[in-house]
Design a protein around this ligand. Structure first.
Ligand code: PEP
Length: 258
């Protein structure tokens, strides 16, 4: 199965809307159209910059994504942002269940499941993040942890809807640490994730599923990790804030998919 490569930049809580606008302008200038023809490339700025970044990328092949949403449509949920609001700003993707939200905002698999359903209802593609902590890898329970995250987060999601999802394997110990997983570690977990999806759905759904790797991907290690078996792209944090690095990562994905 020839799955399209996908590179998503998670800007996290960085950049004011003006700074974000500048970075997106740089990226529109530096990421060539021929790369975008082969590599789906998504920018996920903070909420406050979605409108300005959306305007900049609207005339390019770059796609807009959000970093989170709330699972209700509207109402008394101070500080939250709904899928309808994101849709109107042009978001095509939304990151759901990032480990930082699981850890600092206490997001549970149940909440993540509701958010996935809401994103799909509004035709926004969820990028569901899963991954184990350092201790869970040390204790050799990492496959069980990821299996549970997937099974719970995907509860009640139909096969048709599952085909709209992207999964990002992000080992917590690799995020922002400079410690990228080895190609063996990434590949074997991606194959494991595809097997879980085969068990929960079927092999065709698993074959079509785009599985990203995330955790300290940069312009130096991108070629290696993106060439690994069953790695269909990357969710990039720190390096996505640097126009040259992010452009090189997209270029790597392009070269590999040629
Ligand atoms: C992330 O937060 O999704 C991420 C992968 O971060 P970093 O690339 O900085 O490790």
């Amino acid at each position: 199965m020839n799955r399209r490569k996908l590179i998503a930049g998670n800007w996290k809580m960085n950049l004011t809307h003006k700074e974000a606008e500048d970075l997106s302008r740089h990226l529109v200038g530096s990421i060539k159209n021929e790369y975008l023809a082969k590599v789906e490339t998504v920018l996920c700025p903070p909420y406050t910059a979605l409108e300005s970044v959306g305007r900049v990328v609207s005339r390019s092949g770059l796609k807009l994504g959000a970093q989170n949403l709330y699972f209700e449509n509207d109402g008394a949920f101070t500080g939250e942002i709904s899928a309808r609001m994101l849709k109107e700003l042009g978001c095509e993707y939304v990151i759901i269940g990032h480990s930082e939200r699981r850890k600092f905002l206490h997001e549970t698999n149940k909440v993540i499941n509701s958010k996935i359903k809401k994103a799909i209802e509004f035709d926004i593609k969820p990028i569901l993040c899963v991954g184990e902590t350092f201790q869970e890898r040390e204790d050799e329970i990492f496959e069980g942890v990821v299996d549970e995250q997937l099974s719970d987060a995907l509860e009640g999601i139909s096969m048709t809807d599952m085909r709209k999802l992207v999964i990002a394997y992000e080992p917590v110990w690799a995020i922002g640490t400079g410690l990228c997983a080895t190609t063996d570690q990434a590949s074997s977990m991606h194959i494991f994730i595809a097997n879980v999806v085969t068990r929960l759905y079927d092999s065709e759904t698993a074959d079509k599923l785009i599985i990203l790797y995330g955790g300290s991907v940069n312009s130096k290690n991108a070629a290696e990790i993106l060439s690994a078996e069953r790695v269909d792209g990357a969710l990039v944090g720190g390096a996505s804030l640097k126009a040259d690095q992010f452009t090189q990562i997209v270029q790597c994905a392009f070269e590999i998919s040629k």
